[in-house]
Ligand binder design. Structure first.
Ligand SMILES: Cc1ncc(COP(=O)(O)O)c(C=O)c1O
Length: 480
């Protein structure tokens, strides 16, 4: 079958890195289908026997899905052997903890594919989903998949610092894309690509990395109208897009709006489609009819980051190459994480999972509302401005450096020096915000003084005290 037959107009295999082009599928992988065949005496792999794993069973209990009357908690006990399972979609420990299934356990993959189909209307026919150890690992793997040393990656001008460091450490040329409050300025990107000068800017970009929702660090969200144009540019200029979207389900209610809850006595799936699924922004993947986007998702912000579980969605023929790399690097995602999370999913079902996501949305909306209300109240608006995030965990406090009385004399009009000074001053007064320079792709672009805050991890009282402290330090620093 050709890539065209799969529903993709173009083959983008020419964009693979040299190492990915050389790397073959592991031959041992082809034997795995015989492993559970009772008619085969399997001596083909160095796999410890499942009955030598020292785990008999593992049990879990979820929180309730319903704050009001405490319903919707699920419990499960997953046993080692298939014959002892409570429900047949569980992944027995004997399988979960074994080698093999390096794309992910089929029961989990099947649940995630169904979930993906509910939320994303994917245009390419032969899309697939494979598990990862979270988005950080998946991004690093994508770099290995597509980029040779010295090649160019486009990134938002501020970006998640680990993603930037991973690219820099692989010797890549990271070029900043201009942003505003609605994400990448696609018109400016178009001009940059049109006027690209290899002698000045380096090789033509092969990969574009974006965080479309609740962008880290700026908190902004890519505007819906910009998405099709961004995907069109990828086709016109022949590059891959990596859509790193761990904050997709932290798209929030409008500022000050009441909680959104499923009313009793409705068709729940229909209600979720109309009031939740259709109200979320579309993924870039939905606009891709070529097969040049890989979307990264993670349970880090929806379950817990220590699970180290995520998944990549994209055209099967590209994910096969990602799989080949996983086979010789992480092998597979953690069996415990897969079996526990799958166990919870299977008991919740798709509706239960959506109820959990809705609960997260309500909680984050409340935290965001509280945080921004405190910012409006306690930060001096003569020198500070804040953005209003519509998704994610982050907000930015922008400060006008020119209003600092010592900016010119003591800090020589250098924003980075003032940033460092203010950072230390905040910490000394018991408040930590992240410096925006830590996330800056182009070190020469240093005109903006801003700090990243997050409303994710502290309770309402601590948040208020922190913002009061921050306001006091800024007022003292700026002599207000
Ligand atoms: C944009 C972005 N990608 C990835 C991650 C990390 O995700 P994971 O825990 O799945 O590696 C973060 C977390 O802070 C993030 O902000």
């Amino acid at each position: 079958m050709t890539v065209k037959d799969m529903g993709c107009r173009t083959n983008v295999l020419h964009l693979l890195s040299d190492e990915a082009k050389i790397r073959k599928a592991s031959p041992i992988k082809t034997t795995m289908k015989y492993f559970s065949d009772p008619n085969i005496v399997f001596l083909g792999a160095g796999m410890p026997s499942g009955n030598m794993f020292p785990f008999e069973s593992i049990s879990f209990k979820s929180v309730s899905l319903d704050d009001v009357n405490g319903t919707g908690a699920v419990e499960g006990c997953i046993h080692r052997d298939k014959s002892d399972l409570e429900i047949c979609q569980d992944v027995p420990l004997g399988v979960a903890l074994q080698y093999g299934n390096s794309r992910g356990q089929p029961e989990l993959i099947s649940f995630l594919k169904e979930h993906t189909s509910i939320f994303h209307n994917i245009s390419i026919n032969d899309w697939d989903l494979i598990t990862t150890a979270g988005s950080t690992q998946a991004w690093d793997a994508c770099l290995r998949l597509f980029c040779n040393r010295g090649e160019t990656v486009l990134m938002e001008e501020y970006t998640y610092s680990s993603s930037l460091e991973a690219a820099v450490a692989q010797g890549l040329n990271c070029v900043a894309m201009k942003m505003d409050k609605d994400g990448i300025k696609v018109d400016k990107l178009s001009e940059m690509l049109r006027d690209w000068d290899v002698a000045v800017q380096g090789p033509f970009p092969k990969l574009l990395y974006t965080i479309p929702n609740g962008h880290n660090p700026t908190g902004c969200t890519l505007h819906e109208e910009r998405k099709p144009e961004l995907v069109r540019l990828a086709s016109q200029y022949d590059f891959i897009i990596i859509e790193d979207d761990p904050y997709y389900f932290l798209q929030m209610n409008e500022f000050g709006a009441p909680e959104l809850n499923v009313p009793g006595d409705v068709n729940e799936m229909q209600w979720f489609k109309e009031n939740f699924v259709n109200k979320l922004g579309r993924s870039l993947l939905e606009w891709d009819d070529v097969g040049r986007i890989i979307r990264l998702e993670s349970v880090s912000k929806t379950f817990a980051p220590g699970c180290r579980l995520g998944w990549a969605i994209g055209p099967r023929y590209l994910l096969d190459h990602l799989w080949n790399y996983h086979e010789v690097s992480m092998q597979s995602t953690c069996g415990f994480a897969q079996t526990l999370i799958n166990g919870m999913f299977q008991r919740w079902g798709q509706i239960g999972y959506m109820k959990w996501l809705l609960r997260l949305r309500n909680s984050y909306s409340m935290k965001r509302d509280h945080c921004l209300t405190q910012c409006q109240k306690y930060l001096p608006n003569e020198v500070c401005s804040i953005n209003l995030p519509i998704s994610g965990m982050f907000f930015m406090v922008y400060i006008d450096p020119h209003k600092h009385p010592k900016f010119e004399r003591e800090f020589k009009s250098k924003v980075d020096l003032l940033e460092e000074h203010l950072y230390n001053s905040f910490v000394q007064n018991g408040m930590l915000l992240a410096c925006s320079s830590w996330f800056r792709v182009d070190p020469n672009h240093n005109k903006i003084l801003a700090f990243r805050g997050s409303y994710a991890s502290v309770d309402a009282e601590k948040m208020q005290n922190g913002i009061i402290m921050l306001g006091n330090v800024i007022k003292a620093e700026f002599c207000l």
